[in-house]
Design a protein around this ligand. Structure first.
Ligand SMILES: [Zn+2]
Length: 399
């Protein structure tokens, strides 16, 4: 009988007591051969060849070095006490590592970029892009623009392609302002050298969401979803979701609808590898009610012919990363890894995904949240993929 929690070769960075659910989901799309990189994230979580940037639970950014197997706070300011700050804190007193829990970020040409949340003169929500060295020294403001959030973006050299979201604001007679159910999503290019912003595509509708799914050469693959009626978070079927896919050429500026065959199943996440688009799919008219079993697919799409090949069926919890997918199958023991580069499924009968929530690929590690089976305490950290497959990483406090 095991008396003690066991975690082999895992580097645990924080414990969130009582939190049994994932605290965030970040997909670092990784780096293609041409250096185009996609990101989907709710907080700074950046995979690099040398290590991984992540925020601790208070919003201080750390760097986990893969070779050294240790993490350090990303602040080299002399005598800094590493304290949280707000917009009233003088610049010289601000800790470089403090980015908060809602900033996002990326790396391009050996510079680190953080997209901070800030407010304009009228209380309007804005995003401020700050460029710095990799240790956050030599900071420079690239640009500030009105937006409620930027979750999905792609970077190639000095060009950032970002989905800039703005939620409809309704002015009431009594002077109050509330958020409406319509949303505007723009694909913008932002030149990181001079901050120049151009709107390349704009969509506006009920709960409009545009995501950069994948990139190849000079093409961005976008998915656009919206509802025909206002969506209140529960009336998923009645509000009737519509999903469309687009290809945008950064070279010619041409935007064209693609993958029109995808109507019954919706692409949830995708990655371009080995000349194919690998995608996790789910039924478009699924209910969002918790507890309902949703069967998902892993498909391989030839974008030239739009031929779709289903590779496997998996449970809803399956996660797709840049180079592989991790998932379980109904009625089958353990877990599975589908390696996109080798185009092959590997079975890992000992892998236990019941209590593990993978967030993103981090070198040979998976950055994720492992839950103590008994206390439900969550341990966010870096877990070696090979150890997860062997089932040697587990929290088990059963007497
Ligand atoms: Zn500091």
């Amino acid at each position: 009988m095991k008396k003690r929690a066991m975690a082999a070769a895992a580097f645990i960075i924080c414990c969130l007591a009582g939190c049994g659910k994932p605290v965030s989901v970040a997909i670092d799309g990784g780096q293609g051969a041409d250096g185009f990189r996609t990101y989907f994230m709710y907080s700074v979580e950046i995979n690099t060849q040398k290590g991984f940037y992540y925020p601790d639970q208070e919003g201080f950014m750390y760097f986990f070095d893969y070779d050294a197997e240790k993490d350090t706070i990303v602040c080299n300011k002399p005598n800094c006490k590493h304290q949280q700050w707000d917009e009233n804190t003088p610049l010289e007193e601000r800790c470089n590592a403090y980015v908060g829990l809602h900033s996002t970020g990326f790396i391009s040409r050996d510079k680190l970029y953080i997209m901070e949340n800030t407010y304009g003169n009228k209380g309007n929500h804005q995003i401020r892009i700050v460029e710095s060295d990799l240790d956050r020294m030599n900071q420079r403001e690239v640009t500030v623009f009105d937006s409620d959030s930027v979750f999905s973006f792609a970077v190639k050299e000095n060009m950032l392609y970002a989905i800039v979201d703005q939620i409809e604001q309704i002015d009431h007679k009594d002077g109050t302002i509330t958020s409406g159910s319509r949303k505007k999503a723009q694909l913008c290019s932002i030149d990181l050298s001079d901050g120049a912003i151009r709107v390349l595509m704009e969509k506006e509708d009920f709960s409009a969401v545009v995501t950069i799914m994948a990139v190849e050469d000079d093409r961005l693959y976008l998915d656009y979803s919206y509802f025909k009626k206002p969506f209140d978070g529960t009336n998923y079927k009645e509000a009737s979701q519509v999903v469309e896919y687009y290809e945008y050429s950064t070279k010619t500026g041409e935007l064209r609808e693609v993958l029109k065959k995808f109507k019954e199943d919706q692409i949830i996440k995708a990655s371009f590898a080995n000349g194919y688009l690998f995608a996790k799919t789910a039924p478009t008219d699924r209910s969002m009610n918790e507890g309902e079993d949703i069967n998902c697919g892993l498909v391989k799409i030839d974008l030239a012919t739009e031929e779709v090949q289903e590779l496997v069926r998996m449970t809803e919890r399956g996660m797709l990363f840049y180079n592989y997918a991790i998932y379980q199958k109904d009625g089958e023991q353990g877990g599975f890894i589908y390696d996109f580069r080798k185009n092959k499924e590997v079975s890992a009968p000992k892998m236990n995904l019941e209590h593990f929530y993978p967030y993103c690929e981090a070198g040979e590690y998976v950055y994720g949240n492992l839950e103590d089976k008994k206390t439900r305490e969550a341990h966010v950290g870096f877990y070696r993929l090979s150890d997860l497959m062997e089932g040697v990483v587990e929290y088990d406090t059963v007497d």
